[in-house]
Unconditional design. Sequence first.
Length: 128
Amino acid sequence: MYFGEYPLSFAACMNHPDCYRLLIAHKANPNAQDTNGNTVLHMCVIHENMMFKLALETGASLKIANKQNLTPLTLAAKLAKKQVHKKLNEASALSLVAYGETKEHLELLDGLLEAVLEAKWQAFGKRR
C-alpha cells in the first residue's frame, strides 16, 4: 500500500490529525508532490480519507495536477470515490467547471459514470 513519500501524506492517510498539525507547525508543505506528482490531497482521495478538510484548511491546493494530469477532484471522479468527490466538489471553485457547458466537465464525471453503468449492468443486464 502506498501512502506517498512525505511524512505529511502518511499522517493524513493514517488519519493522525495531531501528527499532521505538528508537521505543518514545523513547516511541512501540504503541496509537495511525490515522484508520481501526488500531493496530500491526492493521497487522501486514493485512501478515501476525510482528512482532506484539514489539508485544505492548512493550505493544500485543489488545483495541483499529478503526473496523470489529475487534480484531486478529477482523481476522485476517475476512481469513483463518490463521497470524497462530493466533499471536494463542495469545497472547490472547480464546481463551475463540473457543472459548466464545456466538454472538459465530462472528465470530472468519467469514473463515476463508469461505476454507475457497471452497477446498472450488474443489476439489470444479466437478467433474462
